[in-house]
Ligand binder design. Structure first.
Ligand SMILES: *Cc1c(COP(=O)(O)O)cnc(C)c1O
Length: 430
C-alpha cells in the first residue's frame, strides 16, 4: 500500500480555510472516495506527491501540460520573462507573437483576444456571438462543459457530472432561459430546437467532447450542424479549450471539418499558466472593444509571463510535432484496456481521439452524455485507486479524459499498460 499520510494531514489542514481543501471541485476525490492526493512537484511525465509517491501523470493539469512538466525551454522562457517584470497594464511584444502563432494555426481566425481562463474565453465568445447576430439564444449539448459562467451551468459535464449535479445553485432562472439543451451526436435534437426558436445566436460545442469522458462526434452530425448553422444565420462556437493543439497543431475543428465561426482556447496555449483566448474572422472580432461595442477587459489579460510560457510551448510543440506519437501511445493504452478487460471479463468501452482517451465501465458504446452515464462508477473507484497504487495518476472521475504528453517515454507507457492490467484484475473481483 502506498502511504498517503502527508496528503491526509494536508487535507485536514486545508479544510479549515479552503472549501473542501480544494480550489476546484474536480480536485476533490468525492467520486472515488478517500482523500485528495497533494502534489509536491513534477517533471516530464512523472508527478510526485507530498509523501514522495511517484506516478506517471495522465492528468497533466487537465490538459495544459502537453510537453510534460517543467519543460526546459518553457522554464527558460518564463525565467527570462520574469527578469523584465510581471505585469504592466500595457501591451507587450509577446502578446503579438502568441497572437500570430495562434491565428496562423486556425484558417478562419484573423484576430484573437487573450483572457485568463477558458471560462472567460467562452463567456466572452457568447457575448460576441450575441453582439454580432443581434440574437439571444444559444444551444449547448448535454455533457459538454464550457466553464462556469451562469448561462452554461446546465446539463454540464466535468465536475458537475462527477458530482451528479444537474446544474448549480445560485444561477437565476433568467440567466439560463436563453440556453437550449440538445443531445450530442443527435442532429434531430438540434433541428427541433432550431425550428422552434427564431432567435438563436450560436451553437456552442466541444468538437471532441472531453468533459463527459471522451466522446467523438459522427461525421453526419457535424455536417448537419454546419448546414443548419449556415441556413439559419447561427454562429458555431468551437470550444477548443481542451482540444486546441491537442490532436494537431491547431484545432480539432479541422480534423472533423466543423465550420467554426468563433474558436475558444485555453489550457495548452498557456503552457500551465492562466491563459484563455477567443478568436474569429475580422468581421466578427471587430465587434470587440476598442474596435467595436462589445465590451470585454482584463487587468492581467495577456500577462507577459503567461505569454512567454505559451509561446515556448507552441514553438516546441510545432518543432516536436508529437501528434503521430500520441496516436501510437493512445493505441497501446487502448489495447491494454480492451485486452485486459477481455482477459478478466470486465465490461468496458474505450473512447479516444488524438492524445485524449478514457475507458467507460459499461458494455454499451458511449456516444453522448446519457450513454456515458451508464458507466459503473463503483468499478471506476476501485480502478482509480489500484492505478494509483501501481504508479499511475488519472483524473479522479469517470467523466474526465486522460491526457498524453510528449514526454511520455516507452517505459512510462509500459508501466501504464501493466498497471491497467492489475487494476482491471482487481475490478473483476468486485
Ligand atoms: C477546461 C475547459 C473550460 C474551462 O476552462 P477554465 O480554464 O477551467 O476556466 C471550458 N471549456 C472546455 C471544453 C474545457 O475543457
Amino acid at each position: 500500500m502506498i502511504s498517503l499520510k502527508k496528503s491526509q494531514k494536508l487535507f485536514v489542514e486545508g479544510q479549515k480555510h479552503l472549501v473542501g481543501a480544494v480550489n476546484s471541485p474536480v480536485r476533490a476525490f468525492s467520486s472515488v472516495g478517500g482523500n485528495p492526493i497533494f502534489i509536491k512537484k513534477a517533471r516530464g511525465s512523472i508527478i510526485v506527491d507530498v509523501d514522495n509517491n511517484k506516478y506517471v501523470d495522465m492528468v497533466l493539469s487537465y490538459g495544459p501540460m502537453i510537453l510534460g512538466h517543467k519543460h526546459k525551454l518553457v522554464q527558460n522562457a518564463i525565467t527570462k520573462a520574469t527578469k523584465n517584470g510581471y505585469s504592466f497594464g500595457a501591451s507587450t511584444q509577446s502578446e503579438i507573437t502568441l497572437a500570430g502563432m495562434v491565428c496562423d494555426a486556425f484558417a478562419k481566425m484573423d484576430k484573437v483576444r487573450f483572457v485568463n481562463s477558458g471560462t472567460e474565453a467562452v463567456f466572452s465568445a457568447l457575448r460576441l456571438a450575441r453582439a454580432f447576430t443581434g440574437k439571444d439564444k444559444i444551444i449547448k449539448f448535454s455533457g459538454c462543459y464550457h466553464g462556469h459562467a451562469d448561462s452554461l451551468l446546465v446539463a454540464a459535464g466535468s465536475g458537475l457530472a462527477t458530482l451528479s449535479l444537474p446544474g448549480s445553485k445560485g444561477v437565476p432562472e433568467d440567466a439560463v432561459k436563453n440556453t437550449l439543451i440538445a443531445e450530442y451526436n443527435n442532429l434531430e435534437s438540434v433541428e427541433t430546437l432550431v425550428s422552434a426558436n427564431k432567435d438563436i445566436a450560436a451553437i456552442i460545442i466541444e468538437p471532441i467532447a472531453g468533459n463527459m469522458g471522451v466522446v467523438v462526434p459522427d461525421d453526419c452530425f457535424i455536417k448537419g450542424l454546419n448546414k443548419l448553422a449556415k441556413e439559419n444565420n447561427i454562429l458555431i462556437i468551437a470550444d477548443e479549450v481542451m482540444t486546441g493543439f491537442r490532436s494537431k497543431f491547431g484545432g480539432a475543428q479541422d480534423l472533423i471539418e466543423l465550420n467554426a465561426d468563433i474558436t475558444c482556447l485555453g489550457k495548452v496555449i498557456g503552457g500551465g499558466f492562466p491563459v484563455g483566448a477567443y478568436g474569429a474572422r475580422n468581421e466578427i472580432m471587430e465587434m470587440v472593444a476598442p474596435l467595436g461595442g462589445m465590451y470585454q477587459a482584463g487587468t492581467l489579460s495577456g500577462n507577459p509571463i503567461a505569454m512567454a510560457a505559451g509561446i515556448a510551448t507552441l514553438r516546441e510543440l510545432k518543432k516536436q510535432n508529437p501528434y503521430s506519437k500520441f496516436e501510437d501511445n493512445a493505441r497501446l493504452i487502448e489495447e491494454a484496456l480492451l485486452n485486459s478487460a477481455k482477459e478478466f471479463g470486465v465490461d468496458l468501452q474505450v473512447n479516444k481521439f488524438g492524445s485524449m482517451i478514457n475507458p467507460f465501465f459499461t458494455d454499451k458504446s458511449v456516444t453522448n452524455f446519457e450513454s456515458a452515464q451508464n458507466s459503473d462508477t463503483e468499478k471506476f473507484k476501485v480502478f482509480f485507486w489500484e492505478l494509483a497504487e501501481n504508479g499511475v495518476f488519472i483524473p479522479p472521475s469517470q467523466y474526465e479524459a486522460w491526457f498524453l504528453s510528449s514526454s511520455l517515454a516507452d517505459k512510462d507507457v509500459k508501466k501504464v499498460v501493466k498497471s491497467i492490467r492489475l487494476a482491471l484484475k482487481k475490478v473483476s473481483r468486485l
